[in-house]
Design a protein around this ligand. Sequence first.
Ligand SMILES: Nc1ncnc2c1ncn2[C@@H]1O[C@H](COP(=O)(O)OP(=O)(O)OP(=O)(O)O)[C@@H](O)[C@H]1O
Ligand SMILES: [Mg+2]
Length: 79
Amino acid sequence: MSQNILTAHDLCKSFAHNGGQVHVLQHVDLEIREKDFTVVMGASGSGKSTLLYALSGMDKATSGQVLFDGKDLVKMKGT
Ligand SMILES: Nc1ncnc2c1ncn2[C@@H]1O[C@H](COP(=O)(O)OP(=O)(O)OP(=O)(O)O)[C@@H](O)[C@H]1O
Ligand SMILES: [Mg+2]
């Protein structure tokens, strides 16, 4: 069986909006295995880009973890 390469655990992302908070990602759990072909679908504004930014390390989640090959993405250093 192929290896789990990307994992999101209890991922949350909120934005400040009009003096309040918009909770875009709420406790997302996700596992993507090596060689998987994965599609993210949803209505405009549902949080697809926000999810991809968090999974790719382009933005930091409010809470939760993203593991790439078992390593915490936020703690990884560039080379
Ligand atoms: N930097 C930001 N600051 C405040 N709110 C944001 C920010 N980025 C996204 N949002 C809000 O988060 C929600 C999700 O936005 P996102 O861009 O992730 O949706 P999307 O599913 O990619 O939409 P689309 O299909 O139009 O690309 C929207 O309500 C959006 O207004
Ligand atoms: Mg988008």
